[in-house]
Design a protein around this ligand. Sequence first.
Ligand SMILES: *Cc1c(COP(=O)(O)O)cnc(C)c1O
Length: 383
Amino acid sequence: MKPIPYGRQFIFSDDIRAVVDVLRSDFLTQGPTINEFEKKFADYVGSKYAVAVSSGTAALHLSALVLGVKKNTKVITTPITFVASANCVKYCGGEVCFADIDPVTYTIDIDQVSRLLESSPKGTFSGIIPVDFAGYPVNMEEIRTLADKHNLWILEDACHAPGGCFLDGKGEKQFCGNGKYADLAIFSFHPVKHFATGEGGMITTSDEGLYNKLRLLRTHGITKDPSMLSHNPGGWYYEMQELGFNYRLSNIHSALGISQLKRADEGINRRKKIAETYNKAFKNTTIITPMLQNGFEHAYHLYVIQVENRKALYDYLKENQIFTQVHYIPVHYQPYYIQFGYKKGDFPVAEKYYEYCLSLPMYPALKDEEQDFVIEKVIEFYR
Ligand SMILES: *Cc1c(COP(=O)(O)O)cnc(C)c1O
């Protein structure tokens, strides 16, 4: 059997054709394809606007900038995430504060956030970056209520959760990153995520002002829009109005993204099916499978189990060509973050979670016989 990774892309001949078509066209970057990708992605998640950028990390950086993060700005996030969710605050000179996770959903614990806010002087914090970890949707309605009470912005890291949703207080489906409650949401198109463009990212929002700022900062802070220029001496003229970046996504990447998006429903249904099969297989074992509350639809970017003897299981599976992963090493354990005063013991729920967690292979291209083999080896290990 071929090696089985924990996640991987799914490229069809349609995808290849879409990319080749762009290569034969007039625009390799900054053409119509990027606008089409943004429009289709916004439709998919249900947001008003979308801004395509060169990576999920670029999406986080630009978001932190337009939300006003600067020196001494304090922002709350979860320690169980990819480091980039926290790093965007540091890029802008701000300060990262963690709140512990919920032991059942593994996402940021809203009660912990509330306690942190209540126990700090008014105005201490400026924003919060909740992460739809593994594809489990954070209840953004609750976060919004808390954020409004304390005058915070919300930047939703939805990299794991395109297609995930929860039912709000009115019983309406709210999709991750739809811009209803969070000010901004970000996605990544790294090959292990739901849609692969190679490298790539997206920011979604329903705020027109933030949308315009993001577009400006994506291209060096330069505009040619006549309505935005201070004066207009001729057709060549443009103005650099802010210190921006080149965080553009190329048309080549966007074409791949549009093509991948066509299989969104198929992809998420396959992920749900894989999760169901794992859930059933591990039902009468000591393995703890992902929790699902009523009214929440998991996007299953990851399938995380909690197990005794995690390291030995990891090694055993690896010997059998099954490459699992640990998501994540708590961010406050990273040497870079330790210098800001964090230490072991600060976030006990996250730390305990880290000792037991393991992500099993989860991706639409995972074959039934491959999944059966993974299940067989996991069960065999605990026999
Ligand atoms: C992948 C990921 C990112 C970063 O995305 P890139 O496209 O790799 O820069 C940020 N946050 C989370 C939760 C991610 O999984």
